[in-house]
Design a protein around this ligand. Structure first.
Ligand code: GLY
Length: 420
């Protein structure tokens, strides 16, 4: 089977790596890919906004199945487009992708289907937003309605911070933002919960906790994710039943009522308080770096899982997992999430000898003349699996020290809540 993975991040390298172990795979393609996927797949620099170009590439190369990694092409309707040409695609359609594409769409579903989440208001101009904020309690959560690569969320402690956030969003920091969402702040601890679905059957695809803030102690600006560990320290049977019955199943029912269904990965970003889950947001893809953290634990052939999802046969697949603790630390370019240098060489990356259960997944990298260059903010993901989080963490930091990339930085406290 020939599979094409769309995307170029750590998540897509982890997917390529897992698929490359499958006996069913004759050839892998990754579009556009990165320096890591290049070792496993044929990278091809397609324009992800040009669906016709993608479709022609898939047909010309006789690709059997397409896996869409990032949210943007999903929200733009790539799945709907390719399916019109009878191409098998793993990922949600355009309507279902609104769960991530519009935070207001999701909030309206929550209201109608009594899904636990924070109270919210929607505003479409600065004057009304500021008026509302004058009578609000702080902290308060301010979000751009549109896609913002995980960065359009502000937790404002006071009016000054709130005004800064509103101005950034309406002034176009995350693209054209016609609407803004203001939510009550929910107390608790964040957890990422994943399912995989074929439109009829859903299966658990792991749990994780990620560190979104750039600095140690979970301080500083939000990023795409500085590290993660899996499983979440909070997951238990009672909590999982509540997540499924109060949040996931009513959401899937809402999509059914809209005349559609959900196929692909669904990532619920949750706040857990007193063993009760509250929905913060949905993402219509695997998390990044959660994917890099979770996938090395998968025992079942991933190509068979993707195929089963495209053929509505997920009920026939038993998903098996390695019972280990996984931890991931993201190595970033100095300056991220603000300005950082591009095209910086990462010396010695190909010489690092990894032990079994240790992984390096590339994200913002590119290969030129056999050398690896950093071209993005989040550059490499160091992952390790072991019997306990402490050992996994020690393995990861040992490998980071071996690389010793002086143009990069990483958080030294990933997993501090599960490691004393
Ligand atoms: N880890 C956060 C995200 O994938 O959006």
């Amino acid at each position: 089977m020939k599979i094409c993975i769309i995307g170029s991040g750590g998540r897509e390298h982890a997917i390529c790596n897992t698929l490359s172990k499958s006996k069913n795979i004759s050839e892998l393609f990754c579009c556009p890919g990165n320096a890591g996927t290049k070792n496993l797949a044929n990278n091809f620099n397609l324009n992800l906004e040009n669906f016709e170009e993608i479709k022609n590439f898939i047909i010309e190369n006789k690709i059997d199945l397409v896996v869409v990694g990032p949210e943007k092409p999903l929200v733009d309707g790539l799945v709907d487009y390719l399916e019109r040409f009878k191409i098998k695609v793993f990922g949600p359609n355009k309507t279902a992708s609104q769960l991530e594409g519009s935070k207001i769409f999701t909030k309206e579903i929550c209201k109608k289907y009594h899904i636990p989440t924070s109270d919210f208001g929607v505003f479409n101009n600065k004057i009304d937003t500021f008026k509302f904020l004058e009578n609000s309690n702080f902290p308060i959560v301010i979000k751009a309605d549109n896609l913002a690569s995980g960065k359009g969320v502000y937790i404002s402690q006071n009016m000054e911070e709130a005004k800064f956030a509103v101005n950034e969003i309406f002034d176009g920091k995350f693209g054209v933002a016609k609407k803004i969402l203001i939510e009550d702040f929910i107390q608790g601890e964040e957890m990422s919960y994943f399912i995989i679905s074929d439109g009829k059957t859903i299966k658990n695809f792991g749990t994780a906790q990620d560190h979104k803030r750039v600095f140690e102690g979970d301080k500083g600006k939000n990023t795409g994710g500085m590290g993660a560990y899996s499983p979440s320290r909070m997951i238990n049977k009672e909590l999982e039943d509540k997540i499924l019955n109060r949040i996931i199943k009513p959401t899937l029912r809402a999509l059914e009522d809209l005349g559609t269904c959900y196929k692909g990965f669904l990532y619920a970003g949750l706040m857990i308080y007193n063993n009760d889950p509250y929905l913060i947001e949905y993402n219509v893809r695997m998390g990044d770096p959660e994917c890099q953290t979770i996938l090395p634990k998968l025992k079942t052939d991933l190509s068979e899982i993707f195929l089963a999802c495209c053929e509505e046969k997920l009920h026939k697949k038993n998903l098996e997992w390695i019972d280990k603790k996984s931890l991931c630390v993201v190595l970033c370019s100095k300056g991220y999430p603000e300005n950082y240098k591009k095209d910086v060489m990462i010396e010695g990356i190909n010489k690092i000898k990894l032990l079994d259960n240790d992984y390096i997944f590339h994200a913002g990298t590119s290969e030129k003349n056999g050398e690896v260059y950093a071209v993005g903010g989040r550059v490499l993901n160091f992952v390790s699996l072991s019997e306990n989080f402490l050992t996994s963490k020690e393995n990861v930091y040992r490998n980071l020290k071996k690389l010793n990339w002086t143009d990069g930085f990483y958080r030294k406290d990933i997993g501090y809540k599960v490691i004393k």
